[in-house]
Design a protein around this ligand. Structure first.
Ligand SMILES: Cc1cc2nc3c(=O)[nH]c(=O)nc-3n(C[C@H](O)[C@H](O)[C@H](O)COP(=O)(O)OP(=O)(O)OC[C@H]3O[C@@H](n4cnc5c(N)ncnc54)[C@H](O)[C@@H]3O)c2cc1C
Length: 419
């Protein structure tokens, strides 16, 4: 039987390997780091004395590829979220609290209900969704939605930052289309917020490694790819720092590497340029907040912090598109953001709980109109070489859903190549 080599054990590579192993194909997964998960992983923080995620990750129940992946690895139950779609918000400038509650079914009557829609908005304001759905690839989100409107500040801006990790006046509107169509447009069952209850590795990584092991796949951590050998339209060798892996005629390779690694390994491959950072601050509180919101996260409006995720005694804050903040010293960030979080969860402002600031400077590629055409397709000019990763041409934002879908697509093509 032929072998498929998957290089890179982030969400794209794990998804490809899991799909191939599920189909009974022989798989070898190679990863440079001593751990799997890539940009989506947990680690034990010695100073806080607990396991935290490199960054908060929000999934939605309508993320069909991510849900399928979790079903294959038997880990869907490790996600938690409200029974019905609910997004609690807190406005730091006015002190207002509200919960956006999309209704069931595809007819969005929630926008006609003052208790369900965003306060300060009118039902007619939501027609801006149609302008997003009709947007052209050269338009940014603020070309489609009035940036002075309450709906922008309280819905479109938080959604854009969460999904595209870029300011709305730079983010490509066209990438919000699939997000709307696959979640909010299908009704509440498709837009429930979900987080990994015991952390990203416990939900998305470790069960995948266990699944692969159970299917006889080989997982080689600490194995860095440094080059490829091609002959004609075929890839013939993978060169790792530890040695060379020769490929049999029917073998295939899925490269699920980040863009920067591709620059050395496949320099002619197109790739989008530019990145936006994400800053996360994890606070280890002495006790969980006294009042728990309806969902394990709260959207913050009008401050520096965008979302606070609540998991027991840990309150983790996300700031997306955080180009300026990422340059500030960690102590200042920790203090500034706690003042906002304390207000949102009714915790004392002092003392500031022990915390860890994690700056992911290249969290995602710059999801702006000028970069979209540089996302490469799955297939390459070499018949047995396929690409995956959140930055490839999925048509989706650079998210877990995009990464998993790209991995599935590459795996399906590898399965069709040879049996
Ligand atoms: C802080 C943060 C918050 C985020 N929040 C969300 C969110 O809320 N929701 C959401 O859906 N998405 C979120 N994302 C995005 C999500 O994490 C990514 O889209 C996804 O993890 C990308 O997976 P990937 O496999 O494409 O890439 P990566 O995770 O980058 O995986 C690539 C892998 O290749 C390995 N590698 C690199 N070079 C080599 C080499 N030469 N040889 C072998 N292996 C190599 C790397 O070590 C890595 O494991 C967030 C990202 C960050 C950083």
């Amino acid at each position: 039987m032929s072998t498929v080599h998957v290089v890179g054990a982030g969400m794209a590579g794990l998804a490809a390997a899991v799909r191939l192993a599920e189909a009974g194909r022989r798989v070898v997964l190679h990863e440079a780091a001593p751990y799997a998960g890539g940009r989506c992983r947990s680690f034990f923080d010695e100073a806080l004395g607990t396991t935290i995620d490199n960054g908060n990750h929000l999934l939605m129940s309508g993320n069909r590829s991510a849900m399928r992946y979790l079903d294959i690895i038997g880990a869907r139950a490790s996600l938690e979220g409200p029974e019905c779609a609910a997004y609690p918000f807190f406005d730091l400038t006015t002190g207002e609290r509200w919960t956006a509650r999309p209704n069931g079914g595809p007819v969005p009557w929630w926008i006609f209900s003052t208790s369900r829609r965003v306060p300060g908005t009118r039902a007619a304001d939501y027609l801006s969704a149609l302008r997003i759905l009709r947007s052209r690839p050269d338009q940014v989100v603020t070309d489609c939605v009035d940036p002075a409107s309450a709906l922008f500040k309280r819905f479109w801006e938080p959604l854009t930052l969460a999904a595209l990790n870029a300011p709305a006046d730079e983010a490509a509107a066209v990438l919000l289309k699939p997000v709307l169509l696959e979640t909010f447009a299908k009704g509440e069952a498709h837009c429930r917020p979900l987080i990994a209850r015991d952390g990203l590795s416990a939900s998305l990584v470790n069960p995948a490694l266990a699944f692969l092991e159970g299917r006889g796949a080989s997982v080689r951590l600490g194995e860095r790819l440094r080059g490829l050998t091609m002959f004609g339209d075929q890839m013939t060798e993978l060169q790792f720092t530890r040695g060379t892996e020769a490929l049999a005629e029917a073998d295939a390779v899925v490269l699920a590497l980040p863009r920067r690694a591709m620059a050395d390994i496949l320099p002619d491959c197109p790739r989008p340029a530019g990145s936006f950072p994400i800053v996360n601050v994890h606070y280890h509180m002495t006790a969980p907040p006294e009042t728990q919101p309806e969902a394990p996260l709260i959207g913050l409006i009008g401050g520096v912090a965008h979302w606070v995720f609540l998991r027991g005694r840990i309150a983790s804050v996300t700031v997306s598109g955080a180009s300026a903040l990422a340059e500030e010293p960690a102590e200042r960030i920790g203090a500034q953001i706690w003042a906002e979080v304390a207000g949102a969860i009714n915790a004392p402002e002092h003392p500031i709980p022990p915390h860890r600031v994690v700056k992911e400077k290249r969290a995602t590629f710059a999801q702006i109109p000028s970069q979209l055409d540089f996302r490469p397709k799955t297939a390459t000019k070499w018949r047995n070489l396929l690409l995956a990763g959140d930055w490839t041409a999925t048509g989706l934002p650079a998210t877990i859903e995009g990464a998993v879908r790209s991995g599935f697509e590459a795996a399906d093509r590898a399965l069709r190549l040879s049996r």
